[in-house]
Design a protein around this ligand. Structure first.
Ligand code: FAD
Ligand code: SF4
Length: 531
């Protein structure tokens, strides 16, 4: 134990460090287990900003700014409460390197940290941390999920979700689901009216305050080559702002959330979504308060259930799966996909309108909603056969809400089927017709979702049939793929050949090219219905 200089408020004084409480950028909750037994007279918080955390994958500038600005606001809040915070502002290096250095300098008796959200970070810090504490933010611990998984042949959200509804008494009438049904999907997931979304109110956004502006300048200076724009940065960086986003969502967007949760529309990045993932993942908000606000809101039961399923179900489920299956889960590649990630994922420069929209808004805001991630960018990567690791690193880099515990299972399991069916009961494979049904993108696109070959063939549709052909043998073992394989069997050999030729050219280039459109076009059969 050594003497350090600490600075609560403006007064400098000497202080001994008993416990060094490490707080990571996604652990910004004041009711965290790290503060249990924390004695401001003897203990100190340690926080650090390092460029390494934005470079192991090339983090979107907005993602980095969000994390760092929220950390600085949190630091100031703790200091205002009289806590000593040893805080390193943005500098080159790794978390582990900086922690090592500061431990040498301050020689605390013990170093504590809440369980990180990333296996890599936990491994890196483990040699210096005496104890990792339970992350109380979540509603199910990794051990509880392990018990749930034990003895089950298949892990499916539905069983877990129902158990969580019962355990926490959310939308329940005694032991039965409120309204008599666990699931209101039949009333949800519509496409938008032909004229587009109605009653949309611009969501609450927060122009950068001074702290955020200082961080933006530092990020611009130290990470100039990182992707994404800061021009429209307006994410919540404090708990108060997170609570305001929650209230804004419940009042203005929740009533139509379920109904249009799968819909997409050109130029409308937010639609009826909550925009709460970043504030939740940084722990500015507690899922319990989000659930309570939604459960008791004046919105239709189907909308409330649809939303609660995401928070109490999916969010907890993917975290349980992550800690159950890591580290091996990150290496899975059940479909042996090896292609490189197309360059346009970093620029949005593609004639495919759906991808241009989803990637364009991602680079602009660090945000795309679930169906854009699953059924546009994720679907194209899976159909093309992109290596799961490459697409995982892209998702981890470009979204403001990306932390590996939630990003990885969604990418490896849900969107790429790289885990062979641990998370999802079938690959989310579809042709351009799905995107056409759920959006207005195809109306403005040079391609036609109903065509699989020829110059106007939608690349999704070409690649969809090719995907089924390439993986037909493996997919025969997946019961829920039966209908799609039956449709594949209806194709004539010459149709299959033309599709395979056109798909090979797209795969080679990563995208449709002028040359890919010509030869197959001449011999292509007339349109046939894609799924
Ligand atoms: P809403 O549509 O309003 O949903 C409400 C909340 O439910 C979200 O804020 C989120 O906390 C939770 N939620 C919804 N779906 C999921 C899900 N599948 N898994 C976990 N939580 C969910 N979510 C992240 O938080 N970080 C990620 O890095 C991330 N990567 C994804 C990658 C892929 C390929 C896919 C398909 C999904 C990913 N998701 C991720 C899940 C989901 O897309 C986002 O949580 C959601 O789009 C965030 O926007 P929102 O807050 O407006 O969500
Ligand atoms: Fe996307 Fe195909 Fe529709 Fe174009 S036609 S927007 S590429 S699905």
């Amino acid at each position: 134990m050594r003497i350090i200089v600490a600075r609560p408020g403006l007064r400098w004084h000497l202080k001994l460090v008993r416990t060094l409480a490490v707080i990571l950028g996604d652990q910004l909750n004041e009711d965290s287990a790290i503060f249990e037994g924390f004695d401001p007279q003897q203990d100190a918080v340690w926080m650090a900003e390092v460029t390494g955390e934005s470079q192991h994958v090339p983090s979107h500038k907005a993602r980095t700014v969000l994390f760092l600005s929220a950390m600085r606001h949190f630091r100031d809040r703790l200091r205002a409460r009289g806590l000593t915070v040893i805080y390193q502002e943005l500098q080159p290096g790794s978390l582990r390197g900086l922690l090592e250095r500061d431990i040498k300098q301050h020689a605390p008796q013990q170093v504590l940290c809440v369980w990180p959200g990333d296996f890599r970070v936990k491994e890196a810090l483990a040699p210096h941390v005496h104890r990792f504490l339970e992350d109380r933010h979540f509603l199910a611990t990794p051990d509880e999920f392990r018990q749930h998984a034990q003895g089950r042949k298949q892990l499916r959200l539905e069983y877990f979700y129902r158990a969580m509804r019962r355990r926490y008494g959310v939308l329940m009438e005694g032991d039965q689901p409120l309204g008599g049904s666990w699931n209101y999907d039949a009333e949800n997931r519509e496409s938008l009216p032909a004229g587009g979304p109605v009653g949309l109110i611009e969501p609450l956004r927060f122009p950068p305050d001074l702290t955020t502006q200082v961080v933006m300048a530092a990020v611009g200076q130290q990470l100039p080559g990182n992707p994404g724009s800061l021009a429209s940065f307006s994410w919540p960086v404090t708990r108060e702002q997170g609570l305001a986003v929650l209230a804004d969502f419940v009042e203005h967007r929740l009533p139509l959330f379920g109904r249009y949760q799968d819909a997409m529309w050109t130029g409308e990045p937010w639609l009826y979504h909550s925009l709460l993932s970043a504030a939740l993942n940084l722990k500015l908000l507690d899922p319990r308060e989000v659930l309570a606000a939604v459960e008791h809101a004046a919105a239709p039961l189907a909308a409330r259930e649809g939303f609660i399923r995401q928070i109490l179900g999916w969010r907890e489920y993917v975290r349980g799966l992550y800690w159950l299956k890591m580290p091996g889960y990150a290496e899975l590649n059940a479909l042996h996909a090896q292609e490189a990630l197309p360059e346009f994922y970093w620029t949005g420069d593609t004639p495919m309108v759906c991808l241009r929209e989803a990637i364009g808004q991602t680079l602009k805001h660090g945000y795309a909603h679930h169906i854009q991630r699953l059924m546009v960018t994720g679907l194209y990567a899976m159909l093309l056969g992109v290596a799961p690791r490459a697409i995982h690193e892209w998702y981890l880099a470009v979204y403001v809400d990306a932390v590996e515990w939630v990003e990885l299972p969604n990418v490896i399991g849900m969107s790429q089927f790289a885990d062979g069916g641990i998370m999802a009961s079938k690959p989310y494979a579809a042709s351009g017709k799905y995107i056409d049904r759920m959006s207005n993108y195809c109306g403005g696109c040079r391609f036609d979702p109903a065509q699989s070959t020829g110059p106007r063939a939608c690349p999704f549709t070409t690649l969809y049939w090719d995907f089924l052909m390439r993986h037909e043998h493996a997919l025969r073992k997946v019961p829920r793929m039966e209908m799609q394989l039956r449709n594949l069997a209806r194709l004539k050999p010459e149709q299959k050949k033309a599709i395979a030729e056109q798909a090979a050219v797209i795969q080679e280039a990563g995208c449709p090219t002028t040359s890919s459109l010509e030869p197959a076009a001449a011999s292509a059969p007339p349109l046939f219905n894609a799924l």
